[in-house]
Design a protein around this ligand. Structure first.
Ligand code: FES
Length: 356
C-alpha cells in the first residue's frame, strides 16, 4: 500500500495463468504479497481484502492483474498501461535485435513469422473476380486462424455484388473510398476509415459513392469462414434491433494508453457479440515484446515499420495486414517519424489494452 492508501504495484503487467477446474484462487489486492498474484496474508492491518475467484470451467486461461489498479478485479483491464508515463518500449538496435533476420513475402504474398504469425501484402496478392469485385483471402483456416477470417475486396464499376458469411458476425473496415453499404436492404453512407457491422444471417454490398470510384475494404468474419458466399439477391432481413451500423473516426472517443491511443470502432455497443474492432496510433517506437489472449488481425493504414516475433521480423507498410495467433509473442515497431495508424480486429476478447 502506498502513502496515498492506493495498492502497491506488484508489476506493470498481468500474470497469465491456466486455472485448475473447481479450485478457488485468492487474488492479492493490496500488492504486498510475496507470492504474486496470490494473497499471502500481508494485507492484514490494511483496508484491502483478497478477491476470491472459483474456476468452474476446464482449461480456463486468465490474466490476473499485477498492478492492482484494475477496474475488473481480479483480472487485468489494461489499466496498467496508464500507470506509466511511457508505453513499455524495446530497443530495435540492441545487440540481440540486430541479430534477428528479416523475412520477405513469398509467392502467396505472406512473410511468415514465428508461431504461425505473418504479414500479408494485399497489394502483392493475386485477386479473384466476382462480378464487379476483386477479392482475396487475407486470413483463413488454411493460414492457421482458429477464430476469424479476413478478406480484402475492391469494388469496380457495375452492379454491386451481394456478399454474405452465413450466421457469423462480420465487421468491415473501409480502407479507401467513400461508400454506400447496403445491409440486407438498408443503405448506409460509410466514409473512408469507418467501421461497419453486419449481423449474423444478413448480407451486404458495397458501392463507391463518387460515381463508382473504387472502394477498398476488408471484411472480417467471426467465427472463421472458408470464404464469402454469393447470394443471388439482397435479402430483406435487416436486424432492426441493431439500427446503428457505421462507426466513423471520432477523436473525442480516443482512449489513452500512455504515449499511444485507440478508439473502439465496431464492438458490443453496435451489436457485435463476438468480434471487436479498434483503430489506434503507434508513435515512432518499438513496443516491448508482449502477448494477448486474443487472435488479432492488424491492418496497417499509414506509416511504415516492422513486425517482430521471437526471432524473425518483417517490414510492414500501408495496405499490409498482420495476423497474430493467440498468445504469440510479438512487438510492432513504427519507423516512420509520424508513427503508424493501425486497425485491429480481435477475438476472443474485447479490450485491445489487455496484454501480458
Ligand atoms: S495488470 Fe493491472 S490492469 Fe493490467
Amino acid at each position: 500500500m502506498d502513502e496515498r492508501g492506493a495498492p502497491r504495484v506488484a508489476r506493470f503487467k498481468a500474470y497469465y495463468t491456466e486455472l485448475e477446474q473447481g479450485r478457488t484462487y485468492a487474488w492479492c489486492r493490496c500488492g504486498l504479497s510475496r507470492s504474486q498474484p496470490y494473497c499471502d496474508g500481508r494485507h492484514r492491518g490494511t483496508d484491502f481484502k483478497p478477491v476470491r475467484y472459483r474456476a468452474d470451467t476446464r482449461g480456463e486461461e486468465v490474466l490476473f492483474c499485477g498492478c492492482k489498479h484494475t477496474k475488473t478485479p481480479p483480472f487485468c483491464d489494461g489499466s496498467h498501461n496508464n500507470l506509466l508515463s511511457d508505453y513499455p518500449e524495446d530497443d530495435p538496435g540492441s545487440e540481440a535485435n540486430r541479430r534477428v533476420p528479416e523475412v520477405t513475402p513469398a509467392e502467396d504474398a505472406r512473410s511468415v513469422l514465428n508461431g504461425g504469425g505473418y504479414v500479408f501484402s494485399t497489394d502483392r496478392a493475386r485477386k479473384a473476380r466476382r462480378g464487379a469485385l476483386r477479392y482475396c483471402t487475407v486470413i483463413g483456416p488454411e493460414h492457421g486462424s482458429i477464430h476469424q477470417s479476413q478478406f480484402h475486396f475492391e469494388t469496380g464499376s457495375g452492379d454491386p455484388t451481394v456478399i454474405a458469411f452465413g450466421e457469423r458476425d462480420v465487421v468491415l473496415f473501409m480502407t479507401e473510398g467513400d461508400a454506400e453499404v447496403t445491409i440486407s436492404g438498408r443503405t448506409f453512407a460509410a466514409q473512408t476509415r469507418s467501421g461497419v457491422y453486419v449481423a449474423p444471417g444478413e448480407a451486404f454490398s458495397v458501392a463507391g459513392r463518387n460515381g463508382g470510384a473504387t472502394v477498398r475494404f476488408l471484411a472480417s468474419a467471426c467465427p472463421r469462414a472458408a470464404g464469402p458466399e454469393w447470394p443471388d439477391r439482397m435479402p430483406d432481413n435487416f436486424d432492426a434491433t441493431k439500427p446503428e451500423r457505421v462507426v466513423p473516426l471520432d477523436p473525442a472517443q480516443r482512449q489513452g494508453m500512455a504515449s499511444r491511443y485507440f478508439q473502439m470502432l465496431v464492438d458490443g455497443s453496435v451489436g457485435s457479440k463476438v468480434v471487436t474492432q479498434f483503430i489506434g496510433h503507434i508513435p515512432l517506437s518499438k513496443a516491448e515484446p508482449h502477448r494477448h489472449l486474443y487472435e488479432e488481425a492488424l491492418i496497417i493504414l499509414t506509416g511504415a515499420g516492422c513486425m517482430w516475433t521471437e526471432n524473425l521480423k518483417a517490414r510492414v507498410g500501408a495496405g499490409d495486414v498482420v495476423f497474430l495467433p493467440r498468445k504469440q509473442l510479438h512487438s510492432l515497431e513504427a519507423t516512420s517519424p509520424e508513427g503508424m495508424l493501425v486497425v485491429g480486429t480481435i477475438y476472443p476478447g474485447d479490450n485491445p489494452a489487455i496484454n501480458y
